[in-house]
Design a protein around this ligand. Structure first.
Ligand SMILES: [Fe+2]
Length: 383
């Protein structure tokens, strides 16, 4: 067999190429949108792409699965419960996809997302047992996939992880992520084994209730541009541009920059509405990072933008995304709202918000902004 893990450093994602050296049939799992990278691998070894599998509808990066499958005439595979607006081969729990002498056995492991599958790689001539499992965002290295954004279920995740832990110790685990927002405490290694995780992953020693509590505590910080990315991956929008594809050097500024900002500057708070409601820098306006791409028309291009979040991580990527979209007068407030509060400065709070806030003209005016276009970008839902 042939097996290769391909790491995408920008989004912390892993994709996989599995092939039979005998039949030259290949499968690619969770391909990145940069599908050109797979071409030399396939071509140089004379592999014929038979399956393209997405373990789930991704919320943090645009999938290249549809494009790749179309280009190679391969079958595009997802779990049968996937709610997408394009045709695909529906996979059932326990189904086996033949790949030369190999078999890819599908295990439904919902939790991070309802349609999430793991793929067991079997090589029957060598062993009746699987040698490896691709876990998507179920079992991660030192962690499990977050269930608290995008339709997940912590209790289902507990069941799925329990199912995976019944595999033999030696089974090698290759997750869909080694970094990024889909897990809170990933170790950073790109692979592990069932036995190691069973022994040393703190979450895997927990009973159901504390496990569920641990996975759902705190406000889930949804990934950058999640709304646009998920809609694109479901086939109900085409917003591939919503992925951050560059790392422009956006200037960092200190808290004093807020005091000395010109009156027309916008303090753009990219945290979740609940966090913003609890406390924020006076005059700041809230567009969560998850909704930046779909609400770009609300963010004025002709005035200075200072992005701010809780501690300064989300705001950097948000500022970089705005820069990528042509905003040039954008800076990032280092230390975020936490540093602002810890410096003893006044914070404002608002009534707890129940959903994404729309910025009204008067709020922009409060922030020193002129009237902006608030036309909404609507993402249609799948029936
Ligand atoms: Fe995910």
């Amino acid at each position: 067999m042939y097996f290769k893990q391909i790491l995408d450093e920008r989004c912390g994602c892993a994709s996989y190429l599995i092939a039979s050296r005998q039949s030259h049939e290949a499968a690619i799992v969770d391909p990145s949108i940069e599908i050109e990278q797979y071409e030399p691998l396939l071509r140089e070894r004379g592999f014929h792409l038979r399956y393209v599998i997405d373990t789930h509808v991704h919320a943090d990066h645009v999938s290249g699965a549809r494009k790749l499958a179309a280009q190679h005439g391969a079958e595009l595979c997802l779990h049968e419960s996937a709610r997408v607006a394009y045709p695909f081969r529906p996979l059932a729990n326990g189904e086996e996809l033949p790949l030369g002498q190999l078999k890819l056995k599908i295990l439904h492991t919902p939790g991070h997302r309802p349609e999430l599958i793991s793929v067991l790689v079997m090589n029957p001539p060598r062993s009746p047992e699987p040698s490896m499992v691709l876990t998507g965002d179920s079992l991660l290295v030192g962690d499990v996939g977050r269930p608290d954004f995008g339709g997940g279920d912590a209790s289902a995740q507990f069941e799925s992880i329990s199912k995976l832990l019944r595999l033999p110790d030696w089974v090698a685990v290759f997750p869909g992520h080694f970094e990024g927002p889909c897990g809170k405490g990933m170790c950073g290694r790109p692979s592990t084994t069932i036995g190691f995780e069973r022994l040393y992953s703190p979450l895997l020693h927990m009973d159901r209730d504390p496990f569920v509590a641990e996975l759902t505590n705190g406000v889930p910080a949804r990934p950058l541009n999640m709304t646009a990315i998920e809609a694109t991956n479901r086939g109900v929008a085409d917003m591939t541009w919503a992925m951050l594809t560059s790392s422009p050097a956006v200037d960092d500024v200190g808290l004093d920059a807020i005091d000395s900002a010109p009156p027309n500057a916008v303090i753009l708070d990219v945290r979740e509405p609940e966090e913003f409601a609890r406390e924020h820098v006076p005059g700041a306006v809230n567009v969560p990072q998850a909704d930046l791409a779909t609400r770009l028309d609300e963010i004025p291009r002709d005035r200075p933008i200072l992005t701010i979040c809780q501690s300064g991580t989300r705001s950097v990527r948000s500022a970089q995304f705005l820069y990528q979209q042509g905003y040039r007068n954008v800076t990032n407030v280092v230390g975020g709202t936490r540093a602002w509060r810890e410096a003893g400065r006044r914070v404002d709070s608002t009534e707890a918000a129940s959903g994404p806030l729309r910025i009204t003209d008067s709020e922009w005016a409060h922030a020193g902004a002129r009237t902006v276009n608030t036309a909404e970008t609507r993402i249609p839902s799948v029936g």
